[in-house]
Design a protein. Structure first.
Length: 186
């Protein structure tokens, strides 16, 4: 199974819509996981024209009714069955955890990973899909694959064309790669 990964789209803050390269890069995926900070639910509707979508609620996605202040650039994402604090899914024998913020695995104190996975996902996972940093990264640590697709609209907090990622489950053997949208033809 091929899964498209995207995070930190920040619409309309970063622009009125997703760059067309996003749809091109994700063409043919079986599922799209958005790791949060959509800012508007329309982003999921647009992506759903490519494939089914699941999303984690980012720190910029809380609706005003929860006591968070909305702004024109961050109106908040309403309750939606596609959006949760985190998702756990089983694909090809793998357990994949989707959340917005998660510490970098190689910067984590020893013994902290297990309790953090318990907190975020209710137990261990094989693949962690996260966002929040706007920095694209694929790494493996103690047999766990971590993928942060970065941001297609605000990579490294700069306003330019960024990244998405592709995750192949290969019957229980996960492999991920970052796709630079500047290399994707329109």
């Amino acid at each position: 199974m091929r899964i498209g990964l995207i995070s930190d789209t920040h619409i309309p803050e970063a622009g009125p819509q997703l760059p067309p390269q996003v749809y091109r890069a994700l063409q043919g995926v079986d599922l799209i996981l958005h790791a949060g900070d959509m800012h508007i639910i329309d982003v999921l509707d647009w992506l759903e024209e490519v494939a089914p979508v699941m999303a984690a609620r980012g720190n910029g996605d809380y609706p005003p009714k929860l006591g968070y202040s909305a702004s024109p650039s961050r109106p908040g994402v309403p309750d939606d069955p596609r959006v949760r604090e985190s998702h756990v899914l089983r694909v090809d024998g793998l357990t994949i955890g989707l959340t917005h913020g998660f510490p970098e695995l190689d910067e984590m104190d020893e013994g902290r990973l297990g309790p953090l996975m318990d907190l975020k996902f209710g137990g261990p996972v094989d693949v962690i899909v996260c966002g929040d940093t706007h920095i694209e990264r694929v790494m493996e640590w103690d047999g766990i694959l971590m993928v942060n697709a970065g941001s297609p609209t605000l990579p490294h907090q700069f306003h330019r064309l960024g990244h998405v990622a592709l995750l192949d489950t290969d019957h229980g053997r996960p492999h991920a790669r970052i796709v630079s949208l500047k290399d994707v033809p329109v």
